[in-house]
Design a binder for this molecule. Structure first.
Ligand code: TYM
Length: 333
């Protein structure tokens, strides 16, 4: 397929905590499988991370770590544009413009905002409220066709669509209207201790999540401790959310369907199944972990990648930003 004809994929991850296998199986692994067929932009969304307080030193180091994780997971930094959002000021400018075309009502209905603001109360930042508009700016600046994300980000991508359509209706065709692309069995990896909740890097109990950088022994321990049930049968059903989650993890890594996994473990208990899930994860993550360490020892290489990518991203984003400014009626210089 010629480069010019390729559809555009855009996505990003916040450097707000160490990345989990939820991020890896729900997003990154999909990005890697898409790289042949799409013109791809994958961003480290540092400006999204600061919607809640971050330690400056940690934020800086996690931003670089995320870039290393993207590359170590198999994203070719030549084929994909891997960049840091704050290196492309057009995102912030476009977000302001789009703020003026977004409604407080629709932002207030975003479940992620509702959840977080309930926890934080009145001192929740304005940035957290308008966060989906910044996300819309990210996506729309690159003429994005598809946004590969986990299930929890679907609502935000749908809002980006609404904003794009609203702007296009007012000013004529300006934005490509993006589609969410939700991963199959990896789309919703659940908390290992409370499988009714999605796995997240922000819960206190470390047994609830597995980090991409967890050592093999920690991975084995965490899977071993993962909450199951008393059925003692590996089945993919709603009343076995813990086991279903482990089936999803195994299915995403091995590309074997949930049904085939269930068949394979028929009549067998949980011990062997859990140990196979753990070993699959260890095998998947070990080479990624080694590569991350190598990359983090070569800061100048990472610097080269993010600098070159920022140039390309700035060029494309600025073109769209100028188009927006012109349509709105701002005087261009
Ligand atoms: P973030 O940083 O919370 O998550 C990054 C990606 O990981 C996916 N994910 C999961 N998938 C499956 N199971 C889980 N337990 C799980 N946890 C996280 C998320 O769905 C996401 O795909 N607002 C976004 C970042 C963002 C963005 C964008 C995404 C900013 N601009 C533009 C796409 C396009 C966020 O906070 O994701």
């Amino acid at each position: 397929m010629e480069k010019e004809n390729k559809k555009v994929s855009f996505s990003g991850i916040q450097p707000s905590g160490d990345l989990t296998i939820g991020n890896y199986l729900g997003a990154i692994k999909n990005w890697v499988s898409m790289q042949k067929d799409y013109e791809s932009f994958y961003c480290i969304v540092d400006l999204h991370a600061i919607t809640v307080r971050q330690d400056p030193k940690e934020l800086r180091s996690r931003t670089l770590k995320n870039l290393a994780i993207y590359i170590a997971s198999g994203l070719d930094p030549v084929k994909n544009t891997l960049f840091i959002k704050s290196h492309v000021p057009a995102h912030s400018e476009a977000a302001w413009l789009l703020n003026c075309f977004s409604y407080t009502g629709e932002l207030g209905r975003m479940t992620q905002f509702k959840d977080k603001s309930q926890k934080i109360g009145e001192s929740v930042s304005v940035g957290l409220f308008t966060y989906p508009v910044l996300m819309a700016a990210d996506i729309l600046l690159y003429n994005t066709n598809v946004v590969p994300v986990g299930n929890d980000q679907k609502q935000h991508v749908e809002l980006s669509r609404d904003i794009a359509i609203r702007f296009n209706n007012l000013y004529g065709q300006t934005f490509v209207v993006p589609e969410p692309l939700i991963a199959g069995s990896g789309a919703r990896i659940m908390d290992l201790q409370n499988p009714e909740k999605k796995m997240s890097k922000s819960v206190e109990n470390p047994n609830a999540y597995i980090l991409i950088l967890d050592s093999p022994n920690i991975i084995r321990k965490k899977i071993n401790r993962a909450v199951t049930d008393d059925y003692a049968e590996v089945r993919y059903t709603e009343d076995q959310p813990g086991i279903s989650n482990l089936i999803n993890i195994l299915s995403t890594i091995t590309n074997v369907s949930q049904e085939d996994i269930v068949k394979r473990y028929e009549g067998l208990g949980y011990a062997g199944f859990k140990s196979d899930v753990a070993e699959a994860l260890v095998e998947e993550l070990a080479p990624v972990q080694n590569r991350i360490k190598e990359l983090l020892d070569d800061k100048s290489y990472l610097e080269k990648i993010y600098s070159e990518s920022a140039e390309k991203a700035n060029y494309i984003a600025n073109k769209t930003l100028r188009k927006m400014q012109k349509k709105i009626g701002l005087v261009l210089r």
